[in-house]
Design a protein around this ligand. Structure first.
Ligand code: PLP
Length: 369
């Protein structure tokens, strides 16, 4: 009984994976560094918290959690369908939009297939492709933007899936409708274009291609949306995909039953109805970005235009050092070293006082030289 357990053989493509590295949770920082009142600006969450209506809606259903949830999320799906003017059959709910990613690769990829992934982009794309035993082909960004032309040039006979993040995490850039239309023209039918709109609600650009307009395109476009960002429900894990009903029918075959829990369904419904909370979030984010841009200019630090609720900053030195120093000051940001930008950090907009805490901590780090 004391001997070491034998780990059964693990496929190489699983061994090659690193566990997902989340933004450091506040409790962990306070525990490990002994700091208090830590501020987290590392996971692009909504600093306002959840909508109070969402909280009330959750409380109202808690006594019913001895039952399984509604499997397909009937009420929420129909609410979404009505407000988006799409068929309910075009909507698949997920335990976070991350789970829709896993359904897509489980359903459409087999070992030996290729998937194209812009680099850097959201780290989950690589994981879900490898879980299916398929290969990742990374296509570098052009500047800080997803390079649609390079992506279409990389399509070969083994390519089955292309991931697009618009706005792109971590760079905050968007591609425009004309470029996306031209891209789709160049894509042969029979592969899945995943359009991740986790930050779509924050976009100001007026020629932004909304994935919802591509549900019935002759190329397969699957659009992902989430309640984790603007709706402030990251801890509940709920998102959805928009796609042709034929594609949704395939995903339901690989979907874990009851994948979206009862409080999450109730909260999402209430959050959709709370347009005031949404507007408040947008104002907070836009004002916060304006403040951060001005304060970074004063510090003499280069930062990049963004269409999302976060921005990239060139700290002109080892980003991991800045990350560590800010942690000790109780401010959690994201070093972009793991994303291939050793001198950049990513910071999301927080409450005004949180933004100030970040700027003060960064200023302190800079003045220490
Ligand atoms: C935050 C984020 C998501 C959302 O994931 P959930 O599983 O819905 O919380 C998806 N894609 C990107 C690019 C993100 O940054």
């Amino acid at each position: 009984m004391n001997s070491k357990p034998t780990v059964p053989p693990v496929p190489e493509y699983i061994l090659a994976l690193k566990p997902y590295l989340p933004g450091k949770p506040i409790e962990e920082l306070e525990r490990e560094y002994g700091v208090q009142n830590a501020v987290k600006l590392a996971s692009n969450e909504n600093p306002l918290g959840p909508s109070p209506h969402a909280v009330a809606a959750m409380q109202a259903v808690l006594n019913g959690v001895h039952r399984y949830p509604d499997d397909g999320g009937y009420a929420l799906v129909h609410r979404l369908a009505a407000s988006l003017a799409v068929a309910p059959e075009s909507i698949v709910l997920g335990n976070g939009s991350d789970e829709i990613l896993t359904m897509l690769t489980r359903a459409f990829l087999r070992p030996g297939d290729n998937a194209l992934i812009p680099q850097p982009s959201f780290l989950m794309y690589e994981s879900v492709v490898r879980w299916a035993g398929a290969n990742c082909r990374f296509v570098p960004l052009k500047g800080l933007s997803v390079d649609l032309e390079a992506l279409s040039a990389h399509v070969d006979d083994h390519c089955r899936m292309i991931f697009l993040c618009n706005p792109n995490n971590p760079t905050g850039t968007v591609f425009h409708r004309d470029a996306f239309d031209a891209f789709l023209e160049n894509i042969p039918p029979g592969l899945v274009v995943v359009l991740d709109e986790a930050y779509g609600e924050f976009v100001k650009a007026d020629n932004y291609p909304h994935g919802i307009d591509y549900i019935h395109h002759d190329r397969t476009v699957v659009t992902l949306r989430t309640f984790s960002k603007i709706y402030g429900l990251a801890g509940l894990r709920i998102g959805y995909g928009l796609m042709a009903p034929e594609i949704a029918a395939i995903l339901h075959r690989v979907r874990i039953p009851f994948n979206v829990n009862i409080p999450a369904q109730a909260a999402a419904m209430a959050a959709l109805n709370d347009t005031r909370f949404r507007d408040k979030t947008l104002r907070l984010v836009y004002d916060g970005l304006t403040y951060l841009a001005g304060a970074l200019d004063e510090l003499g630090l280069r930062h990049f235009p963004t269409e999302a609720n976060f921005l990239l900053i060139d700290v002109e030195t080892t980003a991991d050092d800045v990350y560590e120093n800010l942690l000790r000051q109780g401010v959690i940001v994201r070093s972009m070293a793991a994303y291939g930008y050793p001198h950049y950090i990513r910071v999301n907009v927080g409450l005004p006082e949180e933004n100030r805490r970040f700027i003060e901590a960064l200023g302190k780090y800079r003045s220490q030289g």
